[in-house]
Design a protein around this ligand. Structure first.
Ligand code: MG
Length: 254
């Protein structure tokens, strides 16, 4: 085992059951918020929908207060990659919106994200969403017992780059459990057959961040919002998976 492998906390079946409950709740929350996305709604209004859902279900928001993050969910519009802060911005027809949600349920985290269309979007935006979703799906196929972390990252990168888009270098997915962000870090790019060995008990939040243009990013003055440097559109999809003896289970589904 290398140093990172030693730091990865493997979860028992009982712990995975707790993470399954948190993942399911996060999936329900994501559906609830995405169902309200429409032209004219503000990102703050969507944040309130999320906060109310979490409260009703007896959970806690995972992101509120995390390193000082001021809102319940992350909402990233168009060229915003991740970590957009909800506010007074009204969504417009043709926007794309990255919705990233996290919950803390009975001490365990659930984390999932999806990018959705606001009304009708143009062909390039549509293709970016389809490709990014496909990239996450292929990376979930690669997340299996006996594989390597690089298999996951490489699957993400190859789908995105084959389509002529690019993956973000500086951010990625992560282990998840009693901590929102645990080891290992899961980059959106990498070499198959390299990196941490994937073994039963690993629970990973896999995140694809794909830009329609160049991979370079910047941060807005709020110090949170990550944007593409070239102003191109960006999409974000995330699922949490558990690697087990019996196969890989997606935890962030209803
Ligand atoms: Mg995450």
């Amino acid at each position: 085992m290398n140093a990172v492998e030693r730091r990865v906390e493997l979860k028992s079946e009982k712990e995975i059951a707790a993470l399954r409950a948190a993942g399911k709740l996060a999936a329900g929350l994501l559906n609830e918020v995405c169902a309200q996305v429409r032209p004219g709604i503000t990102t703050d209004e969507l944040d309130k929908v999320g906060a109310e859902f979490i409260r009703k279900n007896g959970a806690k928001p995972a992101f509120l207060g995390y390193r000082g993050f001021p809102k319940t969910i992350c909402l990233s519009v168009n060229d915003e990659v991740v970590h957009g802060i909800p506010g007074g911005r009204k969504l417009a027809e043709g926007d794309i919106l990255g919705v990233d949600v996290g919950v803390l349920l009975n001490g365990w985290y659930g984390d999932t994200a999806r990018t959705v269309a606001v009304g009708q979007i143009d062909a390039q935006a549509q293709r970016l969403l389809i490709v990014s979703k496909e990239s996450l799906e292929r990376s979930m196929d690669a997340a299996k017992n006996g594989g390597r972390l690089g298999d996951i990252s490489n699957a993400m990168q190859s789908v995105v780059e084959k389509a002529g888009f690019s993956v973000v270098r500086e951010y990625g997915g992560h282990g998840i459990g009693r901590g929102l962000h645990e080891d290992p870090h899961v980059p959106c790019l990498g070499k198959a057959g390299t990196g941490v060995r994937l073994v039963p008990g690993m629970v990973l939040a896999l995140e694809v961040m794909a830009n329609a243009g160049m991979p370079e990013i910047d941060h807005k003055a709020d110090d949170w919002t990550v944007v593409t440097k070239d102003g191109s559109l960006s999409a974000h999809f995330e699922h949490t998976v558990a690697i087990t003896e019996k196969g890989t289970e997606v935890l962030t589904v209803i």
